[in-house]
Design a protein around this ligand. Sequence first.
Ligand SMILES: NC(=O)c1ccc[n+]([C@@H]2O[C@H](COP(=O)([O-])OP(=O)(O)OC[C@H]3O[C@@H](n4cnc5c(N)ncnc54)[C@H](OP(=O)(O)O)[C@@H]3O)[C@@H](O)[C@H]2O)c1
Length: 370
Amino acid sequence: MKRIIINGANGYVASNFIYQLLARDYEVIALVRNSGKRSSLRKMQDALSEINESEYPIPKNLTVYNYSLNHKDFAMSPDDLEAIFDQDSDYFHFAASLKYDERSKTEILQTNLKGVENSVEVFLQYASSGSRYFFISTSYSCGNISVPFMEEFYDNDDISGFRNYYEQSKRFAENIIRKHIGADHLNAHILRLSQVIGDSRTGFTKTDYGIFDFAKRVHNLAFRYPGETVRVQVEPHSTQNLIPVNKVVDSFFKIIETVNLPVIMNVTAKNSIRNVYIINALCKLLPLNLIPVKKLETAEMSSLERIISMGMSFTGSYTNTRLIFDNTNLEQVIGRGNNEVSEDMVFRMLKYFVNELSEKKLQLQTTNKA
Ligand SMILES: NC(=O)c1ccc[n+]([C@@H]2O[C@H](COP(=O)([O-])OP(=O)(O)OC[C@H]3O[C@@H](n4cnc5c(N)ncnc54)[C@H](OP(=O)(O)O)[C@@H]3O)[C@@H](O)[C@H]2O)c1
């Protein structure tokens, strides 16, 4: 079975991929950084246990290494790196900072640019000639585009071309890969994900990214101020491109099983979900009456509306988008229509997510009272 090497392995998307790789007997090498008291092995095990919903025993086909993304040779010994790359493998670069704000600019650039440059250097030095490098990017590297985002390279642009530094860093990182494909014949592919949500088979949703970050904020408000009516600045007919984590994983399997691949694939859904549907779903699930409005000036807001608006500094910039992602290349590999998500699936995920939050809040209240 092919060897799969993954950095940023304990993250949400990577750990879901690894869980399925291990179940299908692939040999997996996971690169995870130690942090504080938690070893890289513990972090990997915690991530897999969360998916497993019980303690996950580390199987024989998984090896976990500590590494440092920005250091020469990942601060690992040449012996370890030679052993990791001693056969043709697929190497996935997942590690990234998903922060977006100006204050985190240095961290974003260090991780998402310097980290990628360094990981390419390690790959070029140690990987055998038949190995492939997969860079996990985002379809939001499209920036403020108003036409369909194609599966091709786009030039770097200044920050005014993007909604935030995260988007810009991913565009720049794609161009680092492009440079090495040209200069060093790097055998690389770019997989651009849209918003990764929960599992469409079970509804289990263990991410609080994107629409779930919004749901978390709304839940907090509903818990503190039940029954209130609150306007939110969300363009009702704009859309979110959502892709279930299990479908991302299925796409990755098709990709690793395919020999001749396009260089860039937009791992996105054809059909997006309208904001009004998400807002209505939250109104059904929570004791709060949310009213989406296209434009809401701060001066017109009630105190509750201000609280929610402040918390939407990231999600807010995605509430009036109707992005279209071409995914012709992807569909050549995985087939047509395999990534779609229905409104019912999204409702199930929101329900699971909101119920989990409520349970945690109630547990906390009980512990505090005891
Ligand atoms: N989730 C989405 O909806 C989505 C959408 C589009 C693209 N993507 C892309 O998919 C990839 C995975 O995203 P995710 O949602 O799974 O993110 P995540 O759960 O936040 O995982 C990020 C991973 O990167 C690691 N990392 C961050 N900074 C690092 C550093 N300085 N050195 C080493 N490792 C570092 C994290 O390690 P620690 O745990 O040690 O911090 C973690 O393993 C990212 O490249 C992201 O841009 C995700």
